[in-house]
Design a binder for this molecule. Structure first.
Ligand SMILES: Nc1nc2c(ncn2[C@@H]2O[C@H](COP(=O)(O)OP(=O)(O)OP(=O)(O)O)[C@@H](O)[C@H]2O)c(=O)[nH]1
Ligand SMILES: [Mg+2]
Length: 204
């Protein structure tokens, strides 16, 4: 059986639900208590993708709190896909997705220089006090080079597996088209200095 090893990053502001998402996806559980990630947490999940293919996901859950951001570059090395998450009850966390995407594109890229595939997840859609809606998410996702976006609720287990399936599908299809003679993504970290991000409409 063929085994693919895929490193996936989970990024977004603090408290949006990244660690909860990983815990739900890997262990099938949800915890109401917030426990801030310090630096990074690491998990593994193995998927039987087909009769002939197995996918081993290395999931890097990156701390979203401001104080940890300066040291996260090293964690991006070798990543082949990314989830950018925000909380639909926090417009600030939605606006921050612009910074997270730009930061990702500055710190990691495919061997051919393209951005790594990235899905935008709108979490906590179970909550009534929602302030970010589908039309603006759709526009933002298209304008900023996300492969897709989805509404999810980690609490209610809505779209968790489906979101990851879509991302893995995208990664595998890109990987199958890459030239095997090019250096691997481990060798290609973009050292460009982070630039300012305009948080206005259509930014990035
Ligand atoms: N209602 C609701 N609450 C959620 C959902 N997902 C996560 N939460 C809650 O949101 C809070 C923050 O979740 P975390 O997963 O720790 O957030 P994080 O993004 O990992 O935060 P940092 O580690 O600081 O970057 C916790 O209290 C979770 O229980 C959801 O889908 N719905
Ligand atoms: Mg966390």
């Amino acid at each position: 059986m063929n085994e693919h090893l895929l490193k996936i990053l989970i990024v977004g502001d603090g408290n949006v639900g990244k660690s909860s998402f990983v815990h739900r996806y890997v262990n099938g559980q949800f915890n109401k208590t917030y426990k801030m990630t310090m630096g990074v947490d690491y998990s593994v999940k193995v998927l039987l993708w087909s009769d002939k293919e197995k996918v081993r996901l290395q999931i890097w859950d990156i701390a979203g709190q401001e104080r940890f951001i300066s040291m996260n570059r090293i964690y991006y090395k070798g990543a082949l896909g990314c989830v950018v998450m925000f909380d639909v009850t926090s417009s600030a966390s939605f606006l921050s997705c612009c910074h997270w995407k730009r930061d990702l594109d500055n710190k990691a890229m495919l061997p051919n220089g393209d951005s790594i595939p990235c899905i935008l997840l709108a979490n906590k859609c179970d909550l009534a006090q929602r302030v970010v809606f589908a039309d603006s998410i759709d526009r933002f996702s298209k304008a900023n080079g996300f492969v897709n976006w989805m509404e999810v609720s980690v609490k209610e287990n809505k779209n968790i597996g489906e979101a990851m399936r879509r991302l893995v599908q995208q990664i595998l299809s890109i990987q199958s088209n890459l030239d095997p003679l090019q250096p691997g993504p481990q060798d290609s970290v973009n050292l460009q200095v982070d630039s300012e991000c305009n948080t206005g409409a259509g930014c990035c």
